[in-house]
Design a binder for this molecule. Structure first.
Ligand code: SF4
Length: 360
């Protein structure tokens, strides 16, 4: 059954409720319900990820991320169309300037896959368009006029949906700005369509004298297939530094063993675990979020079981555009006698007193 399904899936990307039903990823009886969700939020699932799904298992952690759920149409009053406040920090179209030394440019509003928990779900989708040449030029003018901008983050949507030529043009235009030293590309493409992350794409991301970072989004170790790892190697071979991004998702990765497997898989693929995001307040995503207390408890286990190399920072994007804050558990507190109390990886506390040289 699985082989038959896989051979039908392999050639094409799934973009409609009908596609999901025809390929056995949704029951035929769900068609009307899926159509209602698809009117509001795009569907997209690539062959590389569809092949990983265990048919007939509604709890499959890959299927859950991409097959629509009726709870997406239930909106919690605290949820926002723009949960991390991009609009409030956008001086020109497509550019977000939230921190003095970083600017983010949203090159495209399309993705290879559409994650059901997407924090920009009200903004991304097939009809949402890319930055025009004039809009990109205006974004570059803004970066040029702000010498404090040291790093430019290219995002969307997924900017690796662009052709190698368009990627190279963007890379070279940004790298030509003297004060920009780092270009960071946010993408799900190495796991969503690893075959598209060619050496040509990898070369297009690189600019002489600049550092290229690729932030790879994956949420479950199964996404880091051999093909995905090969795609990461191609990026590294051309000189990119790789870091990870994941979202803490109920029913996908909200248990310690799954997160440990994911973080180790990243490191094995050459990707430094960087951020584990607490779920943003995007519309219709309450069923994905855990409590912060649960996230902190998971981070305590990760700290005890993983090396620093494999441990991400647990981050909250403060709603309203106020930026990111690390919200992991605290490992040090002030004791009553003014000395520090530090917790070791096993959870045992130790007293530590500063010992400073004279004059300090
Ligand atoms: S790849 Fe990123 S931007 Fe695209 S749907 Fe998933 S979370 Fe949203």
């Amino acid at each position: 059954m699985k082989d038959r399904m896989n051979s039908r899936l392999r050639p094409r990307r799934l973009t409609s409720p009908q596609d999901l039903v025809e390929t056995g990823l949704a029951e035929p009886g769900r068609l009307a319900e899926l159509e209602a969700i698809a009117k509001r939020y795009a569907i997209g699932l690539t062959p590389a990820l569809a092949e990983l799904i265990q048919p007939g298992d509604p709890a499959d952690p890959i299927a859950r991320q991409f097959v629509p759920d009726p709870r997406e149409l239930i909106r919690d009053p605290a949820e926002r169309d723009d949960p991390i406040g991009d609009d409030a920090m956008s001086p020109v179209k497509g550019l977000v300037h939230r921190y003095p030394d970083r600017a983010l440019i949203k090159l495209v509003a399309v993705c290879a896959v559409y994650c059901r928990f997407c924090f920009r779900r009200e903004r991304v989708g097939p009809g949402s368009g890319s930055l025009s040449g004039a809009e990109f030029a205006a974004a570059l003018d803004y970066v040029r006029a702000h010498p404090a901008i040291w790093e430019v983050i290219l995002t969307g949507g997924d900017p690796l949906t662009l052709s190698p030529r368009r990627i190279a043009e963007a890379t070279q235009a940004i790298a030509a700005i003297e004060h920009v030293k780092v270009l960071r590309w946010h993408t799900r493409m190495p796991v969503a369509a690893p075959e598209r992350v060619t050496t040509g794409i990898a070369r297009a991301l690189i600019a002489e004298g600049r550092t290229t970072v690729v932030a790879v989004h994956a949420n479950h170790a199964r996404e880091l297939t051999q093909a995905a790892r090969d795609a990461c190697r191609r990026l590294m071979a051309e000189g990119a530094m790789l870091v990870s991004q994941s979202v803490l998702l109920k029913g996908v990765n909200d248990d310690a063993e799954t997160l440990i497997d994911l973080m180790r898989a990243f490191v094995e693929a050459g990707v430094k675990p960087y951020y584990l995001h607490h779920g943003d307040l995007a519309p219709g995503t309450a069923h994905w979020r855990t409590s912060i207390a649960k996230g902190q408890e998971l981070m305590r286990v990760l700290r005890a079981r993983l090396s620093g190399l494999a441990t991400p920072a647990y981050m909250l994007d403060i709603p309203g555009g106020h930026g990111k804050a690390p919200i992991g558990p605290q490992w040090i507190r002030q004791g009553e006698d003014g000395r520090h109390v530090v917790t070791d990886p096993r959870g045992i506390e130790h007293v530590y007193a500063d010992r400073l040289g004279s004059g300090e």
